[in-house]
Design a protein around this ligand. Structure first.
Ligand code: ZN
Length: 228
């Protein structure tokens, strides 16, 4: 005695349907529905979050990308759009962190001034393992805190661990100089911190001040003289 096709189908279909529903429900989720909407529906140059309106997303510590997120197409879209955003003439930044485009996940782009041609490189799940060297104080600005600048004390050498964007393998790198400052600034973003929390002095951007000065003859004495 053997089962006819009809009998097999009678049992097989319900099993397949149950299995399909189970897999769909338990499929690891990559990004929240809100995050997916931002990633998919934003222009290639994304809206940049700014104080004070976007304080919640800028001040919330970012989560590591999950294994499902690391392998997702949405992450590739997010990376490409973040790069277009930081390089856009309007922003013209040297680094950007995902909270600055409304996503509280550990993704940053850093311009590597310590490498030939100063390429932008993406780091997934970056964490600063070590901060060392003498501290230096330099001017910093932030796409999310226009039009201010601040003098911020930073370490001159950092060790960053991260997931390589191409191979998805864990990696470590030692970075020094100005590029180390960018890593500290961007990793601060992922911890919900902004440079103004660390700055000794915060002042108006000289470029913006110069523009204002042309119109405003009653400028206060504390406005910067134009050096950066
Ligand atoms: Zn910033």
């Amino acid at each position: 005695m053997s089962m006819t096709m009809r009998q097999i189908n009678r049992y097989l279909f319900p099993i397949l349907i149950v299995a399909a529903v189970f897999l769909a429900v338990n499929r690891p989720k990559a990004f929240t529905p809100e995050e997916r909407t931002i990633i998919r529906e934003s222009d290639s140059v994304m809206y940049v979050t700014v104080l004070p309106d976007d304080s919640p997303v800028l001040r919330t510590p970012s989560a590591d990308l999950t294994p499902a997120e690391l392998k997702s197409k949405d992450l590739r879209t997010l990376m490409a759009k973040m790069l277009s955003t930081v390089k856009s003439p309007k922003q013209d930044g040297v680094g950007i962190a995902a909270p600055q485009v409304g996503i509280d996940k550990r993704v940053i782009w850093v311009q590597r001034f310590d490498k030939e041609g100063s390429p932008f490189e993406c780091y997934l799940n970056p964490h600063l393992d070590s901060l060392s060297g003498p501290m230096g104080k330099g001017p910093e600005g932030c796409l999310s805190v226009p039009p201010m600048r601040g003098l911020v004390p930073r370490y001159t050498s950092v060790i960053v661990s991260y997931v390589d964007a191409e191979t998805l393998q864990p990696k470590r790198d030692t970075v020094t100089g100005y590029t180390a400052v960018i890593f500290q600034h961007e990793c601060d973003h992922l911890d919900g911190k902004l440079y103004i929390d660390r700055a000794d002095t915060v002042f108006v951007s000289p470029a913006w001040a110069a523009e204002r000065r042309a119109f405003d003859y009653t400028r206060p004495d504390w406005w910067p003289s134009g050096q950066e």
